[in-house]
Design a protein around this ligand. Structure first.
Ligand SMILES: [Zn+2]
Ligand SMILES: [Zn+2]
Length: 302
């Protein structure tokens, strides 16, 4: 049987705008739309997709870097939008006129379906009205979207257990934040339990995720002011290395670029070849993952 390719890709990532795309066996799904309508369409076209063929847009929360292009894209392409009731109330004015029939209200912890794809939203600790992340099931394993996290909470942990690919926030370097130009109240907000995840916190989270089934970690939502891609990558890979997990052997890691698409993270079914290991961002490049069978066989190796 020939299956459609299934993959996830970051279209844009960082405080200047966020959007992720997931292709499952049955659906094309975008998570967040923090870029304008034209950029969104061009980003999708660059990976052979189209906004008019999207089956759903999922919104994590109401902050502008996640929803600035949402209203235009919904109106232009008539895409169903899935979001919590509180988030809907928070973005309603900014969305402008969107047909009620496109709005689908969801609740954290309650799975819903887009075509045959099951998606579970889960609460994330962040200073928004009802912030969520998503676990998206594919025929070859699950994908987790977890950015805008003040800390790696028990709920987030449980919700991501066993995901093969996780788009994980690695927002800031504590020293750069502390010595940077942000006002003190903003520094406190970012570093607080409802703000964002530091590189060190992302390293701890990545270690836990790799021990619990993750084969690819996609470092995401890096701060432009308070982080550097090579620094985030080094902090996370050094920590995992210290824990005995080697990039390229035990897991794949990648930093999502700010203004370009990331690599495509393909699920190959049923068997898989290799991994690329630590890598610099490279738009459109394909990446193979370990098979589930092999990952399961290696569990506990580190
Ligand atoms: Zn946010
Ligand atoms: Zn954000």
């Amino acid at each position: 049987m020939i299956r459609m390719k299934q993959y996830s890709v970051s279209l844009r990532s960082g405080s200047s705008g966020n959007s992720t795309f997931v292709r499952t066996e049955s659906a094309g799904i975008a998570i967040d739309c923090g870029l304008n309508g034209r950029q969104f369409a061009l980003a999708l076209q660059s990976i052979g997709e189209s906004p008019s063929a999207l089956d759903a847009l999922l919104l994590t929360h109401e902050h502008t870097d996640h929803c600035s292009g949402l209203g235009v894209v919904l109106r232009r392409h008539h895409i169903p939008l899935f979001l919590t009731e509180k988030t809907y109330q928070a973005v309603r004015t900014e969305l402008g006129r969107v047909a009620d029939s496109l709005i689908h209200l969801i609740e954290p912890g309650k799975p819903f379906a887009v075509k045959e794809t099951i998606i579970t939203p889960f609460s994330t600790p962040h200073d928004a009205v009802d912030s969520v992340g998503f676990r998206i099931e594919t025929g070859c394993g699950d994908i987790g979207i977890a950015t805008d996290l003040g800390h790696f909470s028990e709920t987030v942990r449980q919700s991501l257990t066993g995901c093969r690919v996780v788009h994980l926030e690695s927002n800031y370097d504590p020293h750069m934040l502390e010595t940077g130009s942000y006002p003190r109240f903003l520094k406190r907000r970012i570093a607080g339990p409802s703000g964002h995840l530091s590189n060190e916190e992302a390293a701890l989270a990545a270690s836990w995720l790799v021990r619990h089934g993750a084969e690819a970690i996609v470092l995401s939502h890096l701060s432009q002011e308070n982080n550097l891609p090579e620094l985030a990558l080094r902090v996370v890979t050094d920590y995992l290395g210290h824990e005995g997990a080697k990039a390229g052997r035990d897991y794949v890691i990648h930093v999502s670029p700010r203004y370009a698409c990331s690599r495509l993270f393909f699920f190959h079914d049923p068997f898989v070849c290799g991994v690329s290991g630590v890598s610099e961002p490279s738009a459109g490049e394909q990446l193979s993952l370990f098979s589930r069978e092999r990952a399961a066989g290696e569990e506990g190796a580190f």
